[in-house]
Design a protein around this ligand. Structure first.
Ligand SMILES: Nc1ncnc2c1ncn2[C@@H]1O[C@H](COP(=O)(O)OP(=O)(O)OP(=O)(O)O)[C@@H](O)[C@H]1O
Length: 356
């Protein structure tokens, strides 16, 4: 099976990182001290958090962490409900996304950490005495699960360390932040993305025009994974003959968000609101993070709205996005924002009509 570029060329140790090298050596030095702390690694999507976590694990345990197996684990909730969750693990670590089981995330956290902490490392020569639990999407955990996580991380600190991965810090409770060493991984600059695309292309023995790489770097919004996926898609589309002015296909979810913005401004009615709701549900079901939907919807509205409503739309976006981040049901806040924008737009249109 041939791997996608973004997986095939993922740097496997700190010396191979193409950017944030200084930060990489700082992280490496953490593994040299006897006292490895719990870590909270955060930063935008596609910035390289997972890559650095794998480099850290390799530094701690050697190549053993690359022998991965996927397993489905089963847990039972206090109300006797069976939960199944996918995990990826090696002999030294386990990675899981507890928010995959929704509101039962607390059960997964408590059981996984307990299981890991109760098993000892087999060979202690040259390796650490603790195992590592990597929890992804920590910002999506319920508050209940985060409080359980805080208690569990204190209880099992001798046998187990946590590496938490998150895109934002705002949803992580202060009690977790204060027990971890928090490390921010900034998004690569567009120039750094261009360099990675060029390097990847040369490894693939392809001549990648610089103009095209620059265009992709801008369209990717500094998300390196997205940039590499777009570059590979361009190569497939061009059948090997890439040109500087080649069209870069945008993902269909992005086109759908733009279309949703158009629907909002086209007509303001209950029917249109229903259509928008269908689109929003579809985007959420496809796994597009609500923050990304919000950002791109706002972008689409600002670009397409010609009635001088920028300040009002921005003010409301800030309010509803804040509420969305604090709350649980994202769809409510997205819809409330859409309804508010429709009202604003309709009011201005009516004012204009009455002026005539
Ligand atoms: N220093 C680097 N040099 C070259 N490529 C890199 C580097 N860091 C990351 N990448 C590439 O960028 C892509 C995204 O990295 P990674 O999966 O680590 O990001 P992430 O921040 O964990 O993303 P997400 O939050 O979306 O899961 C990977 O495909 C990886 O190959």
């Amino acid at each position: 099976m041939s791997l996608l570029w973004c997986d095939k060329y993922r740097p496997k140790d700190f010396s191979k990182l193409d950017f944030h090298k200084e930060q990489g050596s700082g992280l490496k030095s953490l593994t040299k001290d006897g006292d490895f702390p719990h870590l909270l690694i955060y930063g935008p999507m596609g910035a390289g958090k997972k890559t650095r976590i794998m480099c850290l694990l390799k530094e701690l345990y050697g190549t053993g962490v690359e022998r991965l197996r996927s397993e489905v684990m089963t847990f039972t909730t206090p109300s006797n409900k069976k939960l199944e969750i996918g995990t990826v693990s090696s002999n030294h670590h386990i990675e899981v996304n507890p928010s995959d089981v929704g509101i039962y995330d607390r059960v997964v956290i408590m059981n996984i950490i307990k299981n890991v902490a109760q098993t000892q490392q087999l060979d202690l020569s040259g390796q650490k005495s603790f195992k590592v639990v990597v929890l992804t999407d920590v910002d999506a955990l319920t508050k209940d699960a985060q409080h359980a996580l805080r208690r569990t991380m204190e209880k099992y600190i001798t046998n187990c360390r946590l590496i938490l991965c998150s895109t934002t810090m705002s949803r992580v409770i202060p009690a977790i932040k204060s027990r971890c060493l928090c490390i921010r991984i900034p998004a690569p600059t567009t120039e750094q993305i261009v360099q990675v695309i060029e390097k990847t292309a040369s490894l693939e023995d392809i001549n990648f025009p610089r103009n095209l790489a620059e265009k992709i770097a801008v369209l990717s919004e500094r998300n390196l994974r997205r940039a590499l996926l777009m570059s590979e898609a361009c190569k497939v589309e061009a059948e090997g003959k890439l040109t500087p002015n080649q069209n870069v296909a945008e993902p269909d979810w992005l086109l759908m968000i733009r279309e949703t913005a158009r629907i909002i401004l086209n007509e303001q009615s209950i029917q249109q609101l229903k259509k928008v709701r269908e689109n929003l549900y579809e985007l959420i079901c496809r796994g597009i993070p609500p923050e990304i939907i919000f950002k791109n919807l706002l972008d689409g509205l600002l670009k397409q709205c010609d009635l001088g409503l920028t300040a009002e739309i921005l003010e409301n976006a800030a309010t509803y996005e804040h509420q969305m981040v604090q709350g649980n049901k994202e769809i409510f806040h997205l819809e409330a924002f859409v309804a508010k924008c429709m009202c604003l737009y309709q009011n201005v249109l009516e004012e204009m009509k009455s002026d005539f």
